[in-house]
Design a protein around this ligand. Sequence first.
Ligand code: SF4
Length: 67
Amino acid sequence: MNDVNKYPDEIECALLEGPISITDCSLTVDVCEGFLKKTVLRCEEVLAVPNWKEKCRGCKYHELEYV
Ligand code: SF4
């Protein structure tokens, strides 16, 4: 199991090609997997990235567990 506390408050996002907060990453992952509506996104520009769901699922942070 991953421990979110091992990571800094911001990580490098494959979609934004820059930093993203752990919170925004978590929201994006949950929208990607259909657990939340996209209206919760605070960085909705990820939706404009071609194949964003596939890219997000391929990111090393996608399976991060938030405990
Ligand atoms: S899991 Fe998705 S939202 Fe989180 S850093 Fe990776 S690409 Fe970005």
